[in-house]
Design a protein around this ligand. Sequence first.
Ligand SMILES: [Zn+2]
Ligand SMILES: [Zn+2]
Length: 125
Amino acid sequence: MTSAKNSCSVCEEELTPQTEAFCNNCGQPYHLNHRQDAPGKDCGQVWINEEHLSLEFACDRCLHPDQYEGGLDDVLDLAEAAAATGVSEASLAAAADGGELPHRKTGSGVYLFQRRDLPAQQGRR
Ligand SMILES: [Zn+2]
Ligand SMILES: [Zn+2]
């Protein structure tokens, strides 16, 4: 094992063991101030999962993917896009075919969308 320095996946600055945490979602390291009494930088959050009484970590890229374009693989297929927006697959496909929704279509006819291009979720939030 080498002691390669980790850098934060959010701000790309160097991490130290005192400021390092790993996102449960993407597995990347990010800044988390472990001490309440010292100033520090937070590039993500930690909270207690009340069901499992375990600590959950998430970096800002995963918490706010719309603010960090390009860093994450935010490509969704039709079913995922429908789940993310609350819009039916048929109307998403129609909007894509009609040129209203930016998308990519694979050779086998699968629609791919980028999360930031999708309409905001209906109702919830
Ligand atoms: Zn950082
Ligand atoms: Zn993450």
